[in-house]
Design a protein around this ligand. Structure first.
Ligand SMILES: [Zn+2]
Length: 321
């Protein structure tokens, strides 16, 4: 063997070795994808748009091999003449191997609703989903609080959590969200007008904002948990995700995230951290843990959606009621 060849093999071995080391130096991260407000988030755009939206999201999840959890508001099924068709959308999620959880019947807030009335709405919201899950050999295991409102006082929170546990539910916490409902509401209007350039701009802003949120909350996790943790991302069943969930998952993959089911994410010990938070805001569980442990974070640094998007959203929604 010639000297040049040996050196060539040696340097190739060194190169491969350093590549492998480089991968170890940047460990894989994990994240669970959760999607709220099934069968649609935001305004009711009519059955055909809602169906297209769910099909696109499910196709992306299938293509990317992601096991997600979808949280249902059964109140959105009851449109005369469309009940079966809307329930069939939920069935498609289960057929695709995705899991469904309860998000109350009418998307009430536990901040503004007395606990007994809230519990009644939750029970009302499990009828169809529990039946469908059973047909697919599954159960209704998870509950996601609408608006992430977990109760205005510690007493109300604990009262409701006891009810949840007795009914067999596990709370589905959230560590990262990306205000997708704001971007999607703007995107809906542009789609209705056929404004493809506007849709593209909104999607780019959405992905940019998601990256900024990841930067911020990954930093908070480091400060609160002391290491990268298994995150739970909150998204909604809406048109911007129908169009761009693939781009969002690619963004996460570039940041070395692997997608895990919610059950696996919740095995992270971080989810057992003390949580003494009670209040009117719907906030990340990282905020709750930070406050409970007295860890100082500069919350002013949390990014906000671009001003242009906020202005368009404000114009669509009108003045607050
Ligand atoms: Zn919701």
């Amino acid at each position: 063997m010639q000297r040049g060849t040996i050196l060539g093999i040696l340097s190739l071995t060194l190169l491969l070795g350093s590549l492998a080391l480089g991968q170890e130096a940047r460990p894989e991260r994990q994240i669970a994808i959760t999607i709220d407000d099934l069968p649609f988030g935001g305004p009711d755009l009519g059955l055909s748009r809602i169906r297209a939206e769910n099909e696109a999201i499910l196709a992306t999840l299938r293509k990317e091999g992601v096991s997600a959890t979808g949280f249902v508001n059964e109140g959105k099924l009851y449109v005369p003449g469309e009940i079966d068709a809307r329930a069939a959308l939920l069935d498609k999620w289960l057929e695709a191997g995705q899991e469904l959880g309860n998000h109350t019947f009418s998307h009430l807030s536990l901040r503004d609703t007395p606990v007994p009335a809230f519990e009644e709405d939750l029970v009302r919201g499990e009828t169809v989903t529990r039946w469908l899950a059973g047909r697919h050999g599954g159960k209704l295991r998870y509950f996601r609080h609408p608006f992430l409102h977990t109760g205005p006082s510690l007493e109300a929170r604990q009262d409701f959590e006891r009810f949840l546990a007795a009914r067999g539910y596990t709370v589905a916490p959230v560590t990262i969200e990306n205000s997708d409902y704001i971007f999607s509401r703007v995107y809906n209007e542009m789609k209705t007008k056929g404004d493809a350039a506007g849709m593209r701009r909104t999607a780019d802003a959405y992905l940019g904002f998601t990256a900024a949120q990841l930067d911020f909350w990954e930093g908070v996790a480091q400060a609160v948990v002391g290491r990268p943790m298994r995150h739970v991302l909150l998204l909604h069943d809406n048109e911007i995700n129908a169009g761009h969930l693939g781009d969002l998952l690619a963004l996460l993959r570039r940041r070395r995230y692997r997608f895990v089911p919610l059950e696996e994410a919740l095995r992270d010990e971080a989810y057992r951290l003390p949580d003494a938070y009670a209040g009117r805001a719907g906030v990340s569980w990282l905020y709750r843990w930070a406050v409970s442990r007295g860890i100082k974070i500069d919350w002013q640094r949390e990014p906000e959606p671009p001003a242009e998007i906020q202005t368009l959203y404000g114009r669509i929604m009108g003045p607050p009621k």
